[in-house]
Design a protein around this ligand. Sequence first.
Ligand SMILES: [Zn+2]
Length: 398
Amino acid sequence: MDTERLYRENAYTAQFTAKVVRQEKTREGFEVVLDKTAFYPTGGGQPCDTGWLDGIPVIDVEEREGTVVHLLKAPLESDAVTGRIDWERRFDHMQQHAGQHVLSACFDKIAGAGTVGFHLGSQFVYIDLDSIDLTREQITQAEQLANKTVFESLPIKTYTVQPAELNSLPLRKQPTVEEDIRIVEIDGFDYSPCGGTHPSHTGCIGLIKIRRWEKQKDCTRIEFVCGGRALEDYGIKNESLNRVCAMLSVRDFEAADAVERILSENKALAKAAEAMREELCKFEAEKLVRNAPLEKGLRLIKLSYHNRPLEELRLLVSGITSEKGCIALLATTGDKNQVMAGRSEDLSIDLRKPFNEVMSQIGGRGGGSAKLVQGGLGDAESAARALDMLYSAVLNEL
Ligand SMILES: [Zn+2]
């Protein structure tokens, strides 16, 4: 038996009474069929209503061959029940769904782009248009026309027609059912076959705002929000932008330029800081070489640092070994535990031999060339030990 759909006659019916036709326990809960219902079942891109039957939560509603099946958390006690739908959720769906009709009609009128997909989720609402050539200007025009339609608050009418009458209507898309075709007409502006719920006038949709769009393989996806969702979205953006403006001491229309300026200044500063770091490491290396005692006729420099960037260790080794007759043995401990060793071009010692000996004894990993080696250790203590052992091993080789 087909369930009588109260939402088709009047989408504003939020409360109703009905007779229970069937009740059945399933794995998910209790399935209930009524003689009539205001609960909209999932379909046509619109999610189902939720609400209560005699105070028991209705958590899902679906249609099975003309019958509306309500899924309840607990069984009903009575054969005559009072139903109440979650009106806040339903009205949100009505705003988004009717907004989709208006927006789809506008893209059709402005760019000849047809709607091939519609998604109404709890977070995102989007339509897919069968065009990949849309311009920014066309998208702006469609949004403007959509909101003009809202501001004019056109009546939204629904009626049923038979297939023979279809030719007399300028339908935007073809129906998917073959008889009793329900038409949703936005007063002479748009005619669509649709079984969803819509408000009485386009004014009830509220603002229609396109949030973003992206070109996909064979369509353009337009993400948008209507009414209450648009207000919420505006609120979030306004608060976020106000915070940015307060931090930068600029007006909202200057924020993007200000951020761009800061990013480019930041890039220049990072470059300048890098150049200074190189310069400083060079001076530091020169000082280390000057103060290093001579051992077996050369300068052996051994130093350990805490949390010094590897890049600086590399710069120090390179600075030290740019002088003749120097060997640098450096370590850093902390977040990273590393040892690094290098020697001047004029020396002949192959650092890999002492380095590999030490690393295999302590259990570190690494490698390098005859004149530059680097390795990582498990903790600070092993790094310190590795440095000491490397010093002795290098001395042995000289
Ligand atoms: Zn629809």
